[in-house]
Ligand binder design. Structure first.
Ligand SMILES: *Cc1c(COP(=O)(O)O)cnc(C)c1O
Length: 363
């Protein structure tokens, strides 16, 4: 008889995390940037890679990359931890501070990976629920924090898949309710106004954090507006103590030299990144206006995607019809709290037009 792996319950009892990867002409399902990184970035990177001593392990502390990221955010390098995508950052963090008999608080509907990573690390998930406009209810958060004493409270802002930003006041409010870590996932932070980032709370260089601010951590990624999803690079900004905790849990040399180099070079193309943000936010606003014209219910978005509900037709049916026209978006229609909803990533204007035409046809 062939070997049947003795899966842990957390793994066996749940389906894995899947976003279907089909071969389609217009892929608007995973919130990547529709643009390649700048050509100069590619040539600078290739030239840097030709000089790497591939026989040697990478810089374990990713010193130069952390210095560049720290400079960009006006924090210290000791306050930055990098890994292969922000999901891995979160996994490493939970390996360090989560685990059996510890809890994490999430507010649904939100990014499914947060609770998935909790389960992978045997961290118990406590779910709060967002209000009708998909915002966190501070009073409910207070009750849940009191009742469960989570080691980490996740705040996804702008929230995926709904698009809303949580105010800095909500973040400070929750910091006051818990003794645990408050982790703000700002994967889409560049699309929103910088003053709305939780990083503004801890931007003073080398500041002595008061107790509650040292429990704030912010996660960011190169997978979205930096146009580098293929590389897998993300980072966390937090107190030096938290960064050391992550370093203890990470495997040695977890971040390859090419990945570190790609991030270092990318940081020299910040203004190009900001140009892409401008283009994408303009397209986002146009896309939303067009959806409203089609009498489709939409929600405001501070990110590079839009959540919408296609009225009378079932979400699943619309999703399938779009796939038949070679347009792939995200089907959220059976997620709790998102009945009938679909999420479309903002693409190039041509891609968005293809999507809008296909949608109009099936409505
Ligand atoms: C896309 C996304 C990420 C990115 O994860 P990576 O591992 O960095 O690619 C993280 N958080 C949220 C909420 C996302 O939507």
């Amino acid at each position: 008889m062939s070997y049947k792996p003795p899966l842990r319950d957390e793994i066996a009892l749940r389906p894995g995390y899947h976003s279907p990867q089909f071969d389609v002409e217009v892929a608007l399902n995973t919130n990547e940037s529709p643009f390649l990184p700048p050509e100069q970035w590619t040539s600078e990177l290739l030239s840097a890679l030709s000089k790497v001593r591939y026989n040697r392990y990478p810089d374990r502390k990713a010193t130069e990359l952390r210095r560049c990221i720290a400079e960009y955010h006006e924090v210290e390098a000791e306050e930055v931890f990098c890994a292969n995508g922000s999901n891995e950052v979160i996994e490493i963090l939970l390996l360090a501070i989560g685990g059996p008999s510890r809890k994490a608080l999430v507010f649904e509907p939100t990014y499914a990976l947060h609770s998935h990573i909790c389960r992978l690390t045997s961290t118990e998930v406590v779910s709060g629920h967002r209000d009708e406009s998909f915002r966190i209810d501070p009073e409910q958060a207070r009750k849940l924090n009191e009742l469960h004493d989570p080691v980490v409270t996740f705040i996804c802002s702008p929230n995926n898949p709904t698009g809303q930003l949580e105010s800095v006041d909500v973040v400070t409010g929750i910091l006051g309710q818990t003794e645990g870590l408050v982790l703000v996932d700002e994967a889409y932070g560049e699309f929103a106004s910088p003053v709305s980032s939780a990083l503004t709370l801890r931007s003073t260089k080398g500041a002595d954090y008061d107790d509650s601010l040292s429990r704030l951590a912010v996660v960011r990624t190169f997978s979205k507006v930096w146009s580098m999803a293929a590389f897998r690079l993300g980072y966390l900004i937090g107190s030096p103590q938290l960064i050391s905790a992550c370093e203890r849990a990470a495997l040695p040399y977890h971040l390859s030299t090419p990945t570190q180099t790609a991030g270092i070079v990318a940081m020299r193309y910040r203004s190009e990144m900001e140009d892409r943000v401008k283009q994408m936010t303009q397209e986002r606003d146009r896309l939303r206006a067009e959806l409203e014209r089609l009498k489709v219910q939409t929600w405001p978005s501070e990110a590079n995607f839009i959540l919408f509900r296609p009225g009378d037709r079932s979400g699943r049916e619309v999703w399938q019809k779009l796939v038949d026209s070679s347009v792939l978006i995200r089907d959220c229609s059976d997620w709790p709290g998102l009945e009938g909803c679909l999420r479309v990533t903002v693409g190039t204007s041509e891609e968005n037009d293809r999507f809008l035409d296909a949608l109009e046809e099936c409505l």
